[in-house]
Design a protein around this ligand. Structure first.
Ligand code: FMN
Length: 223
């Protein structure tokens, strides 16, 4: 698989088969992803990888705590800026609505929407869940570095025939996750990620999100 194929076939997978992923495969992916660039080569990423019993245990704890609190305990950072402006607001709205349409979940079906959202906290059935953390002293540049590390993992997963879903929604349970992983206080949970084999038959995985044409965001000089 070349880079273009990996980029073009990566998508946020929201239904996985239970087929396990061997430790060696995940290790290989992370081993390679270490080559991600970072400003000053700080490598400001920490990753926890869960499968089997620990994953089931965490999912069970969150499921219990989510009763009556389906959106989580609140985040430590703003997942989106307050009063998200256009065109970002419409883009966000559209990808959500397109997903619910594929799942045949209507606007007014709050219960079903919440249940679908709660699938985040089951890693969408994936056999592997990852958590990414960063030292609290780091700034925006280093958060970008962690993003590049995560994208490297997502592309390398494609090379292994696997799919992923990055999941900031896990930041909504940062206290529980941090305690469960025994993160030292100086580390802050940034994001979760599901990893596994895509359920090809699930309608959620038919979602192919739009992208703006390059004229909208790229400016070429001197060509
Ligand atoms: C940092 C980050 C966090 C995300 N968090 C979530 C999440 O919590 N739940 C979810 O279903 N999708 C999440 N997504 C997936 C985005 O919705 C998705 O990347 C976007 O709509 C583009 O679609 P694509 O990934 O299928 O190309 C996240 C993506 C990124 C990059």
């Amino acid at each position: 698989m070349n880079v273009s194929e990996a980029i073009n076939t990566r998508m946020s997978c929201r239904a996985f088969l239970s087929t396990p992923v061997p430790e060696a495969t995940v290790r290989e992916i992370i081993e390679q992803a270490r080559r991600a660039p970072s400003g000053g080569n700080l490598q400001p990423w920490f990753v926890h990888v869960l499968t089997g019993e620990p994953l089931r245990e965490l999912v069970g704890i969150v499921r219990e705590r989510a009763i009556g609190n389906p959106l989580g305990e609140g985040t430590e950072y703003n997942i989106y800026p307050p009063n998200l402006k256009e065109p970002y607001r419409s883009r966000r709205f559209k990808c959500g609505e397109d997903l619910y349409a594929l799942l045949d979940i209507g606007r007014a079906e709050r219960e079903r929407r919440l249940r679908q959202y709660a699938r985040n906290y089951e890693f969408f059935g994936a056999p592997v869940g990852l958590f990414f953390a960063i030292d609290r002293s780091m700034g925006t540049d280093q958060w970008a570095d962690v993003g590049m590390f995560m994208q490297s993992i997502m592309l390398l997963a494609r090379e292994q025939g696997l799919h992923t879903c990055p999941q900031e929604s896990w930041a909504g349970w940062h206290l529980i996750v941090s305690e469960f992983l025994r993160l030292p206080p100086e580390l802050m949970l940034f994001c979760g990620m599901s990893l596994g084999h895509r359920d090809e038959s699930h309608p959620a995985n038919r979602l192919r999100t739009d992208r703006a044409p390059i004229e909208e965001f790229a400016t070429f000089h001197g060509f």
